[in-house]
Design a protein around this ligand. Sequence first.
Ligand code: WQD
Length: 351
Amino acid sequence: MNKILVTGGCGYIGSHTIVDLIENGYEVISVDNNSRSKDSILKGVEKITGKKVKNYKVDLCIYDDVYAIFQENPGINGIIHFAAFKSVGESVEKPLMYFGNNLDSLINILKCVDEFAIPSFVFSSSCTVYGNPDQVPVTEETPPKTAESPYGATKQMGEEIVREAVKRSKKKAVSLRYFNPVGAHPSAYIGELPLGRPSNLVPAITQTAIGKLTSMQVYGNDYPTRDGSCIRDYIHVCDIAHAHTLALDHMLKNQSNDLYELFNLGSGNGFSVLEVIREFEEVTGVKLNYQISARRPGDVISIYANNDKAKKVLGWSPVFTLKEMMRTAWDWELRLKNDENLYTNQHAGLN
Ligand code: WQD
């Protein structure tokens, strides 16, 4: 059985990917220091898959601790590296913390790829590498522009570090550029657990709708778009998760001569902020309390993916609609409300 190490396995995309890996016959180990997540989310993974997943609560910036995990777990033949700080706004406030954490952890993992000859590596990248594109949809060949934030810069640098590292190690690697991951697993046993006030659109919508937030802002309706609000490519987190499984299959089956490949993971559709809000209201019947406010610094006007390469090379095709993204996000918010203690670390198990 293929054994995969998932860093950031207790995170939003990490936990959904672990579910998909297990459902596709992979054995999984998680590494997550829980600085931005809760290891109790793995209870939800167990509820869905019936499998207990071990999490190593290790800071990936400490090389000796990372090395020890590989020593203790021989036979790892794939790594998916999610672990990173990912708040665009926070990265502007604390750039050195972002460069230190996101790049030191990546370099330590890549050193272990070398030391332990790990044959396949997936890097969690982002559409933020494109900056404000001159034209949409963007393809993997669209030249990246100056990153709009230190967070985006860590993803641009991360891709180059991976590219150079595999040239030497002759191991395979892919970088997956996520667009806007939203929604939750249809079981509502796992989902996004934003710490503090959410900066992303969909958790802001669901927390406002359920009353955790009294209202939310739409950051600008004076953009040159069809309704004045920004356009993004929203993609269900389960579709993103399955792409990781397909990327590992692709590398482990040696389906390509290229050592390093890049893939866009987006639905290929662009929706505006106001269109997402309208879809949410329609799906849930909840009227959302929002105000139009000033633009948010760093926002790009419009970006969505050309996802032909992932479809053609990985055999990937996103299946969840925007309606289902809103429905599953809302079902998850309802579960969190109905079980206040859900996923607090002392939470004993799901009822
Ligand atoms: C989307 C739109 C906001 C909140 C995200 C991730 C980033 C990367 C790319 C993976 C924007 C508007 C938001 C609110 C609003 N993903 N908005 N009111 O900025 O596209 O970046 O996807 O790596 O990590 O952060 O996503 O959800 O923050 O914003 O009007 O309360 O919603 O202005 O137009 P973004 P977002």
